[in-house]
Ligand binder design. Sequence first.
Ligand SMILES: Nc1ncnc2c1ncn2[C@@H]1O[C@H](COP(=O)(O)OP(=O)(O)OP(=O)(O)O)[C@@H](O)[C@H]1O
Length: 317
Amino acid sequence: MRWAPLDHPEGMTNQPAIQLTDLTRDFGRRGGTSERVRAVDGVDLTIQPGEVVALLGPNGAGKTTTIDLLLGLIAPSSGSAGLFGDEPVRAVERGRVAAVMQTGGLLPRLTVGETLELVADLHGRLPDVPEVARRAGVDGILRRRVVKCSGGQQQRLRFALALLPDPDLLVLDEPTAGMDVSGRRAFWAAIRDDLARRPDRTVLFATHYLAEADEMADRIVLMSGGRIVADDTPAGIKATALARRVRAEVGPEVDEALRALPGVLELTRLGRTLDIRTTDSDALARHLFAHTNACDVEIAAEALDDAVVALTSGGSR
Ligand SMILES: Nc1ncnc2c1ncn2[C@@H]1O[C@H](COP(=O)(O)OP(=O)(O)OP(=O)(O)O)[C@@H](O)[C@H]1O
């Protein structure tokens, strides 16, 4: 057997990049009442090196808290988080992990170039600063003061800072929040270029947008109410998310058989009006016409964003 010291990356090649086990975090309710909020509720998640994973969910789903826990910025109430088999704080200290958070972390009076030089010095290595600036798309604004940069330019600078230690894991918390469409495009193009150069880099990013997750990620972890409610490829998530709504007028005696049909996700009824979400509207319509006396049958596609809301509703706070 080949011996590799615990501190050496070779000793960790088989470790997941991220391992969250029954991770839970409670907060006191904001405003000081004694009520508590369970922001993250028993999350189990394993992400292997090289995966690009989107953490998708509505406001308050628990994405930021999960990221804060896995970076060791806050402590779990119970359960554990590990990065490459190490404690999060140690993995961050060793430069294996870097993050792009939504706000903070920049000194407004410095220029973009000074910020990069300062942080490169702090890392105590000699990263190729001009090359990193080019890859993050800030090479054209090195002399601009941070305070004069747009939100999108500041996010690209945070991305450049995160690239300086050449981390094995890059964590991005809603990195394009507040950017316009062209800013978003430029940001994700920079990430894509980076991944083309280092395909073994693991990337975890939080987003509200299914389209963004679909475009960038190999895998989507859908969160709602502090829990993981789906974990699949973008195609798998879309097959579930992009359900159709079938409406019909029919009595309740058919409900049990309809629930058992393939693809039926949700069945609600108001009197004789039946409303069904299904991923297989053809099978449902065939059944309604062949085996029931249903009338006024309507089939409608669900909008992408409505679909994510439907998938995550019931749990968000
Ligand atoms: N420091 C805190 N004190 C009290 N409650 C908190 C705190 N941080 C988060 N929460 C609550 O925990 C829940 C999850 O919040 P979190 O910010 O993790 O969600 P999110 O999915 O990142 O949302 P968003 O997309 O809006 O950033 C929410 O109900 C939020 O109000």
